[in-house]
Ligand binder design. Structure first.
Ligand SMILES: C[S@@+](CC[C@H](N)C(=O)[O-])C[C@H]1O[C@@H](n2cnc3c(N)ncnc32)[C@H](O)[C@@H]1O
Length: 247
């Protein structure tokens, strides 16, 4: 169901990762500081019955603008996307919806797509919008570490049970994103968040540096679900200090 294809999308890892998280309820915000295409988000929210707060963030501001357009303005977004594909490819953007359309078209290189693909995409956007309208969504584009530090507002007390914070940063020692993160600083911020009572999960590639950064945390290997075009890593790891895992 993901709205856009993307480098590093969790795709065939998502179902197994989502199963690790505690059940969300109205006192448990769900926070993804590196949301990308939201493969894990959409999997988690499809399994969630209660209306909870969902905070999605990515340093890529145009990507977050696309999330906003799809979720809150999906009819306008879809009709302008269809118009752009039908003949006015890359119109001069006049507002954030045009920007979202252009970002989407540039990203997916859709000018060559046939009508059947467009209706498939439109159905996908509708599904995403219908799912997300059941939650209180907040979209931001800020540095992930700053967001993790700001999660203190949800720490367990009367109103909140602590948040589920799922981080899927760029792999350690790999390239390919316009934005990157200081993995040492991220690990420190996540340890502080866990100490406040949040449920913290972080996906990483299998490597010694990740083991060092998250030493003392549980390490859960996640095997990619098999698919026809199997490329890239077959295993990832999720680190978590949570003792309540049911894998
Ligand atoms: C591995 S991808 C996330 C993939 C996502 N789980 C999915 O299924 O599509 C990493 C994301 O982190 C974002 N990113 C990189 N550095 C960041 C930072 N310092 N703060 C926030 N986002 C960042 C990138 O723009 C990218 O979208």
């Amino acid at each position: 169901m993901i709205p856009i294809s993307y480098n590093g999308a969790k795709g065939r890892f998502a179902a197994k990762i989502a199963r690790l998280f505690p059940i969300l309820d109205s006192s448990t915000p769900y926070i993804e500081p590196f949301v990308g295409t939201g493969a894990v988000t959409l999997e988690v929210l499809s399994r969630t019955k209660r209306r909870c707060m969902v905070h999605l963030n990515d340093a890529n501001g145009e990507l977050m603008n696309l999330w906003t357009a799809i979720t809150w303005h999906h009819e306008r977004f879809q009709s302008r996307l269809e118009g752009a594909i039908a003949g006015m490819v890359n119109p001069q953007p006049v507002d954030f919806i045009d920007r979202a359309v252009n970002f989407y078209l540039d990203h997916q290189k859709l000018a060559r797509y046939k009508t059947s693909n467009v209706s498939l995409m439109v159905r996908n956007f509708e599904k995403v919008a219908r799912l997300l309208e059941n939650f209180q969504c907040l979209f931001t584009s800020m540095d992930a570490i700053e967001l993790v530090k700001a999660c203190g507002v949800y720490k367990p007390s009367g109103r909140w049970n602590g948040a589920v914070i799922y981080c899927d940063p760029p792999y350690i020692d790999t390239e390919g994103y316009d934005h990157d993160v200081d993995h040492g600083a991220l690990a420190a911020a996540l340890r502080a968040a866990a100490a406040q009572g949040h449920h913290v999960f972080v996906s990483l590639n299998v490597c010694e540096k990740a083991d060092e950064l998250y030493s003392g945390w549980r390490k859960v290997p996640i095997k990619k679900l098999a698919g026809r075009a199997d490329r890239g890593e077959r295993y990832e790891v999720v680190y978590t200090p949570s003792l309540r895992l049911e894998v």
